[in-house]
Write a new protein. Structure first.
Length: 227
């Protein structure tokens, strides 16, 4: 589903690209697909923020002194790893120039995972938009995307399927995905086989139905901070 989210990102951002010269990546880096898509068509000033050593130190859980504002702030696959989403959104808003843009991508419903902490299975776009509206005047759109098959594989099989595996759950099973002995891999495959066979009865094409959503996106133009 990340490819579809990337297409939505391009649709929203590229139509405003003439207004964007500076970009902040918060919780990611230059290899993020959103950044790569931008840099292919325009030279941009890009700064990367986060808690990793190779990033500008920035912990979204705590209110930060913002010394630089950006035309576009991107925060992708980060919110679920934060214990204070409200403070995180305040920081992201304060990094964005008035009249410019904030992009947020996060799970709508995910399985537990590290990187390094994990606090939430995901957020609905309406929650993010309403929280943004508390702190600033803005114009936002958002949505969710997923499929029944993707949702089942994420929660029942507890894997993030590749594009090929999502389309062909048995044929493209990634036997080397786990660091286990061959015996354990075979046992796991036999255990999963009935579930994977059942997947063929479920639609794999993307849908915006909330009950099968695995990804959330929000695109906001920040007009002015509220007192």
């Amino acid at each position: 589903m990340r490819e579809i989210i990337l297409d939505i990102f391009k649709d929203k951002i590229f139509s405003n690209l003439d207004q964007i010269n500076s970009v902040a990546i918060v919780g990611g880096g230059l290899l993020d697909p959103e950044v790569q898509a931008l840099l292919k068509i325009k030279h941009l000033e890009v700064d990367c923020y986060g808690i990793d050593e190779d990033l500008i130190e920035f912990d979204l859980n705590y209110l930060q002194q913002i010394n630089k504002l950006y035309d576009l702030v991107i925060c992708s696959q980060v919110l679920e790893h934060l214990f204070d989403a409200k403070t995180a959104l305040i920081n992201l808003i304060h990094m964005t120039k008035p009249g410019k843009f904030l992009w947020i991508g996060c799970p709508a419903s995910n399985r537990s995972h590290g990187s390094p902490e994990y606090y939430s299975a995901g957020y609905q776009p309406e929650l993010i938009i309403r929280l943004i509206d508390v702190y600033c005047n803005s114009s936002s759109v958002g949505g969710v995307i997923g499929s029944q098959r993707q949702y089942f594989m994420t929660h029942a099989l507890r894997i993030w399927p590749t594009k090929k595996e999502l389309k062909n759950p048995l044929i493209n099973y990634n036997f080397n995905r786990r660091q286990e002995s061959v015996t354990k891999k075979i046992i796991r495959f036999l255990y999963d086989f009935p579930l994977r066979a059942y997947l063929y009865s479920l639609p794999y094409k993307p849908t915006s139905q909330v009950e099968y959503a695995t990804e959330t996106w929000v695109f906001t133009r920040i007009d002015a901070l509220k007192p």
